[in-house]
Design a protein around this ligand. Sequence first.
Ligand code: MN
Length: 130
Amino acid sequence: MKRKVLLVEDNPQNRYLITFLLEKSGYEVVVAEDGEAAVEAVPEHRPDIILMDVQLPKIDGYEATRRIKADERFSSIPVLALTAHSMKGDRVKALQAGCDDYITKPVDIDVLLRRIQEVLEGSSSDPLPS
Ligand code: MN
């Protein structure tokens, strides 16, 4: 069975590109274009993993993650934050919000695919790279 990724990204170009590459790699992809839509998409689609842009309309990716993680039905779904490369504070905030890990943008698709695979295989007990 295909693993389902919820991709939360407000930038249409990034959304299409990442969706295309994930589908090509065998994942089922559902998308949300803002933080509220992300929170609503979780019970609807029950994703295996969530890729969460942090800068989003309505509610940002931190708040969306906090709301998802606050619901015990969904708190075990891994969330990978997509953070701006230059914004080191974003990564700290992402982890504080409950994100399991982060990937810096612009997204390197090989890094992204490897990280998704690692998280889905449950190697989350490994320490985060510093
Ligand atoms: Mn954004």
